[in-house]
Design a binder for this molecule. Structure first.
Ligand SMILES: NC(=O)c1ccc[n+]([C@@H]2O[C@H](COP(=O)([O-])OP(=O)(O)OC[C@H]3O[C@@H](n4cnc5c(N)ncnc54)[C@H](OP(=O)(O)O)[C@@H]3O)[C@@H](O)[C@H]2O)c1
Length: 211
């Protein structure tokens, strides 16, 4: 893929932190919420200068990689038809305390497997989930830095994982590719990987140990 356009759905803690990092990394970055773009344009000027506010529909159409940074309880608002063929990064976690009880996330599956079923035509990769929003910028490091932290991701389409891995690396993190989306069960909330600020080799070892 040539230089991808990055679209971010959600302009809260995660959305704005990732937008700032992506603008800094030189990407063309679009951001949308459920509100009209005029309502978030000023917010973006202050929180992520350089990122363009758009409608969600325009953002999805224009973007090559779309990061879901909205509350998981809103995932059914996403129109599957718009996401057909798109690379989607699911950064959402299930927090019953804030999302409320959502029975479809009670099972052993990762929440991303449920979201992938909803967005059936999208190439979904789970990523950016196991790091706090404040750590994205705090811990981002250039490639080769000795204290560079790693992130893991999982998804069923190897080409989508490759494309998302390239973005994660450029934003400042090493990548541990966990493989198919079902592997995301190993790095959700409550697993040892969730919140672990460690190198790629340590994260790879931890993933092997828990898988
Ligand atoms: N906080 C963390 O450290 C962290 C880390 C990793 C992953 N996550 C996950 O990332 C997601 C976002 O977390 P957050 O802390 O950034 O939440 P947040 O601060 O509450 O921001 C949520 C954003 O989503 C927008 N939104 C709501 N409904 C939408 C829709 N239908 N389409 C597009 N945008 C919509 C909201 O806009 P409005 O103003 O219109 O409501 C708001 O800008 C959650 O699923 C969370 O579990 C969080």
């Amino acid at each position: 893929m040539s230089e991808p356009i990055i679209g971010i759905l959600g302009a809260g803690r995660v959305g704005t932190a990732l937008a700032r990092l992506a603008v800094k990394a030189g990407y063309d970055v679009r951001v949308a919420t459920a509100k009209p773009p005029a309502e978030i344009a000023l917010l973006m000027e202050f929180t992520a200068p350089g990122a363009k506010a758009e409608t969600a529909a325009d953002l999805i159409t224009a973007s090559d990689i779309i990061i879901l940074a909205l509350p998981l309880r809103k995932y059914r608002d996403l129109d599957p038809a718009l996401f057909k063929g798109k690379i989607v990064v699911d950064a959402m976690n299930y927090w019953p305390q804030t999302d409320g009880h959502l029975p479809e996330f009670d099972g052993a599956e990762s929440s991303s497997e449920v979201v992938q079923r909803h967005l059936a035509g999208a190439h979904l990769v789970r990523g950016f989930n196991h790091m706090g929003y404040h750590e994205f910028e705090q811990d981002a490091r250039p490639e080769g830095a000795t204290d560079r932290r790693a992130m893991t991701m999982a998804g069923d389409d190897p080409a989508a994982r490759q494309a998302v891995g390239d973005v994660i690396r450029r934003l400042g993190f090493d990548v541990v590719d966990a493989g198919p989306l079902a592997s995301a069960r190993h790095f959700g909330i409550g697993t040892p990987i969730f919140g672990a600020g460690i190198s790629a080799s340590d994260l790879g070892d931890l993933l092997k140990a828990v898988a």
